[in-house]
Design a protein around this ligand. Structure first.
Ligand code: AMP
Ligand code: MG
Length: 431
């Protein structure tokens, strides 16, 4: 069996104790393969699901040339032959869904409403505002229009036989509308990725339990649940697991049996009760333990199995996230999210990069990537400015709630002065 460690050690800058973020991202992506199973779902259940194959347009949309305006449809060749006033006789009308029904003859026009089928023999629409009408006769200046004006062409939106949406697309509201415009009521999507998660720590209490001295409520399970739910994944909450080797092993094995990916929080740093780490050394296959990243330094990545030893039973990818609540969120978004997308079959796009001027000096040590929490806004000149939120402690979850972006300080970056340019990653669209 090729182990993660064998493989990962080929990656440039491989240092399992303090791996640069970019190297960690490269390693985890290598191990992510998309779920194969596909299911067909009705359109309304397809929102936020991952399209399994290209959807090829079975028709032209629109299916026929139609009017883009309320006005009068006519044969535009008369514009070429006659530069000045044009006079036409109104032969009838066409509304959306009610075609005119015959070809127009020379000197005729048809009253049309937006969306009405272009009558045979017509290729141009004069908007009603340009026309003077007396009885059944309209007049308008011929030099105000070009032939073909105000006509929507068949296939202008989607052409028959062309892919309207590509495999890997996470379906958005506009896509549901687009599929409906093709007459498609059901689509093939990848099955949802199953992600099991649990929290570790003897100090953790679940909601509704009394808070004994020295204990804290388990918040990580709830942020993890919400982050997974936002990605429309199948989230399996396995509760709180005590810092006991047997309990942890049992939890990891049952998680591997039921999920594609297992996320835990806590127990991966160097404290005495950091059992997840010890357990995985004998029981799993681990690519790295620790990242050159802040927050989120202790982060384990590898594989676990449902059987009694590595390689036996059902495998699952494993992320041992740190215990600190902010570190859980930062590692999830910076390391885990892209893997979950790839495994879901989605084509991954990096969130748009924006630069902003820092309103404050920021202390930063070279040699690790930092993801500080910030509040970004555009100033009166339209330029982005960002201010770090108060406390940057990795346990201070309110800094995440208060912030609207990550301030991304690159690996080699040292201290920032007020007025320097920094990279930011807006939460909107990410979180
Ligand atoms: P650990 O990595 O297990 O040493 O945990 C680091 C810190 O995060 C400790 O202060 C823990 O109490 C805290 N912590 C760990 N897990 C959770 C959790 N699920 N919810 C809230 N805080 C946690
Ligand atoms: Mg702990």
């Amino acid at each position: 069996m090729t182990t993660f460690k064998d493989f990962s050690s080929c990656v440039a800058q491989y240092d399992p104790e303090a791996l640069p973020v970019s190297a960690a991202q490269a390693i985890v992506r290598q191990w992510a393969s998309p779920v194969a199973a596909v299911e067909r779902v009705p359109l309304h259940d397809a929102l936020d699901r991952v399209l399994a194959g290209d959807v090829v347009s079975p028709t032209n949309v629109p299916a026929h040339d139609n009017s883009a305006m309320d006005g009068y449809a006519f044969d535009g060749t008369s514009l070429v032959s006659q530069q000045t006033g044009i006079e036409l006789r109104v032969a009838g009308k066409a509304l959306a869904g009610h075609p005119f029904g015959r070809a127009v003859s020379a000197g005729e026009c048809v009253r049309v409403m937006t969306g009405a089928l272009m009558p045979d023999g017509c290729d141009t629409v004069v908007p009603q505002e340009l026309v003077t009408r007396e009885g059944d006769t309209i007049r308008f200046p011929g030099d105000t229009l070009k032939r073909g004006a105000n006509r929507r062409r068949a296939g202008e939106d989607l052409t028959q036989g062309q892919p309207a949406l590509h495999a890997g697309r996470i379906l958005r509201p506009s896509d549901l509308g687009l599929l409906a415009s093709l007459g498609v009521g059901e689509v093939a999507v990848r099955r949802r990725l199953r992600v099991a998660f649990f929290s570790t720590g003897d100090e953790l209490r679940s909601l509704g339990e009394p808070l004994d001295p020295g204990c804290v409520y388990d918040s990580n399970r709830h942020t993890l649940f919400a982050m997974l739910r936002r990605m429309n994944l199948d989230a399996l909450d396995l509760g709180v697991v005590r810092d006991e080797p047997a309990a942890l092993e049992a939890a990891l094995r049952s998680a591997a049996a039921s999920a594609d990916v297992v996320l835990t929080s806590g127990g991966v740093s160097v404290g005495e009760a950091d059992l997840t780490k010890q357990l995985l050394r004998t029981f799993g296959d681990v690519a790295f333990w620790s990242l050159a990243m802040r927050p989120g330094r202790p982060l384990a990545f590898g594989r676990v199995w449902s059987g009694e030893r590595p390689g036996v039973g059902q495998p699952a990818l494993f992320f041992g996230l740190p215990g600190n609540p902010v570190a859980v969120m930062v590692t999830f978004y910076q390391i885990v999210r892209a893997v979950l997308l790839v495994m879901s079959g989605a084509s991954v796009q990096a969130p748009p990069a924006i630069t902003a001027t820092s309103t404050q000096a920021i202390r930063k040590r070279a040699g690790r990537t930092e993801f500080q929490r910030g509040t970004a806004a555009r100033n009166e000149r339209g330029q982005w400015q960002v201010t770090p939120t108060g406390s940057q402690g990795s346990g201070v979850l309110s800094s995440m709630s208060e912030a609207n972006c990550f301030i991304v300080l690159a690996h080699e970056q040292a201290d920032i002065d007020a007025g320097d340019t920094v990279d930011i990653m807006l939460f909107d669209g990410l979180i």
